[in-house]
Design a protein around this ligand. Structure first.
Ligand SMILES: *Cc1c(COP(=O)(O)O)cnc(C)c1O
Length: 392
């Protein structure tokens, strides 16, 4: 079949991911391929590992990029440390906590699920209770729950898990590169992310870091890892300096892309990047409040990277998203599961966290709400955002 040359429309990606990609990253992806065992490529892998240790704030030698999207990172983190018969505690406060629980079940482990209302976060006390109740192999939870916009604190949790002989597994897909992630300071044993959210790289790789404690658990396994592809001990032989044994062919162009995306992160500096995400989220949330959209996540626990707000009463949400996409070229997200039809999820991730994104999405929302006869005076939302910017 003949199809025309590819020419996708320009979109401003302000949904739950993927996020906008910097032209430098796209350029890196179009540079010539190297073989996956070429010494020059191995050098590039070393560079990416060092860059990843910087963003994860870890000294872990095992810090790599798993082939696959964020979910592959989740699966890799869990299947390597969990064996049949283990007990694993998972905090489920949204879609991604539930996905972790699903994987734990597929590993043949006993799942202890701590259910949290969507938009809320879990107190350490509840995790401690579960750790005291029985011998637990690992505790899994999501740092930035993209389905609700809630920001789960992780400080102190590693220490608590370790005191009970459990590992801490954390999902930082929507936090890495957008809000602080402190793998070593927080004692996270298996921490994974994805390239397509706050790192502003296309989907396709999943950064993963494992602590010495996690690697001990992997080495002490009685059973083989259920996934051949994601078996950390074999992948480690490819990423480990000196070994470099063929396992599977690395997605070369994606590694180039991640290298460039991480160069952009380090050029900006992590603290400046976090501050940028906070600033633009504050402006966006002020504008959304002016449109009558209340936050979904509990006060004090809101992610700047994923702004989840309730659709105002009397508004049909799907036509609004459709108008944004087709008339303005802006993508935002709707709700998942119990929040379907009830919320909008506006991602300000990586390159998307810019003043121009905030103002243009608010202006488009004003117009789309006006069509349903529900908008305040034109300019109300953008003015509210501009006031936040004026405060500096
Ligand atoms: C997006 C996301 C994932 C899954 O990433 P994919 O790239 O879609 O596979 C996992 N966890 C969280 C918190 C996410 O936001």
């Amino acid at each position: 079949m003949n199809v025309p040359e590819l020419s996708p429309p320009a979109r401003l990606l302000l949904g739950p991911g993927p996020s906008p990609v910097h032209p430098r990253v796209l350029r890196a992806m179009s540079t010539p391929l190297l073989g996956h065992l070429d010494p020059k490529f191995l050098e590039i892998m070393n560079e990416v590992q060092a860059q990843l240790r910087g963003v994860f704030r870890t000294e872990n030698p095992f810090t790599i990029a798993v082939s696959g999207t964020g979910s592959a990172g989740m699966e890799a983190a869990l299947v390597n440390v969990v064996e049949p018969g283990d007990t694993v505690v998972v905090v489920a406060a949204g879609v991604f906590g539930n996905r972790m629980a699903d994987i734990v079940g597929r590993c043949g482990a006993k799942l202890v699920k701590i259910e949290i209302p969507w938009g809320e976060t879990c107190d350490l006390g509840r995790i401690e209770e579960a750790l005291k109740a029985e011998r637990v192999k690992a505790v899994g939870l999501v740092h930035a729950e993209t389905s609700t916009g809630a920001h789960q604190p992780l400080e102190g949790l590693g220490k608590l898990c370790h005191a009970h002989g459990a590992l801490l597994v954390a999902d930082t897909v929507t936090s890495l590169g957008g809000v602080p992630v402190e793998v070593d300071a927080w004692g996270i044993d298996a921490c994974y992310s994805g390239t397509q959210k706050c790192l502003s790289c296309p989907p396709g790789l999943a950064p993963l870091t494992l602590s010495a404690r996690a690697l001990d658990v992997v080495r002490a396994r009685k059973t083989k890892v259920q996934s051949w592809y994601l078996d950390a001990s074999m992948i480690a032989d490819y990423w480990a300096e000196g070994k470099r044994a063929y396992h599977h062919t690395a997605p070369i162009s994606m590694v180039y892309a991640l290298r460039e995306a991480l160069r952009l992160v380090h050029e900006e500096g992590l603290e400046a990047r976090f501050a940028r995400h906070r600033r633009h989220s504050a402006a966006l949330m002020a504008g959304l409040a002016a449109l009558g959209c209340a936050p979904q996540a509990q006060e004090g626990r809101r992610l700047p990277t994923l702004n989840c707000v309730k659709v105002p009463a009397g508004i049909e949400e799907a036509p609004v998203r459709k108008a944004l996409l087709l008339e303005h070229g802006i993508e935002i997200g709707g709700g998942l599961g119990p929040l379907a039809g009830k919320v909008w999820r506006i991602g300000l991730m990586g390159e998307g966290a810019r003043q121009e994104s905030v103002l243009v999405v608010l202006a488009a929302l004003e117009q789309a709400l006006a069509k349903q006869g529900k908008a305040p005076k034109p300019g109300t939302a953008t003015s509210a955002a501009l006031e936040v910017y004026a405060r500096g």
